[in-house]
Design a protein around this ligand. Structure first.
Ligand SMILES: [Zn+2]
Length: 115
């Protein structure tokens, strides 16, 4: 699409102008990376808004973007650790449960054997 700056997130020059509106127009620019700029009443508004966005070459923006990525990575790691702990606790409980069942079964078998 000519007249559109590349995607500020990934640098892709092949971004699309689409109308995702139903009852009324909601124009937005979209990139394959997931970058988009909301809904606008006119194509021109969408294009203007897209082109006003800060570029990743802008140092401040790049830093903020990197910090956000780091936060996401940290959150994902925390979640992974948490999920792992929860899983271990759950597995340990299941193992105990199975051990108890095994013991109960043995007791039941022994009792039947005696009777
Ligand atoms: Zn992109």
């Amino acid at each position: 699409m000519s007249g559109l700056l590349p995607c500020p997130f990934c640098g892709n020059k092949n971004v699309s102008l689409i109308d995702r509106g139903h009852a009324r127009p909601r124009w937005e620019i979209r990139c394959n990376c997931g970058g988009k700029n909301g809904g606008h009443e006119t194509e021109n508004q969408a294009i203007e808004s897209w082109n006003k966005r800060k570029d990743c070459n802008d140092e401040g923006f790049a830093k903020g973007y990197q910090a956000a990525l780091d936060d996401i990575e940290q959150a994902a790691n925390n979640f992974y650790e948490y999920a792992r702990e929860i899983n271990i606790v759950w597995l340990e409980a299941k193992i105990e449960e199975l051990k108890e069942k095994q013991t109960d079964n043995k007791l039941a078998t022994n009792q039947r054997g005696e009777g």
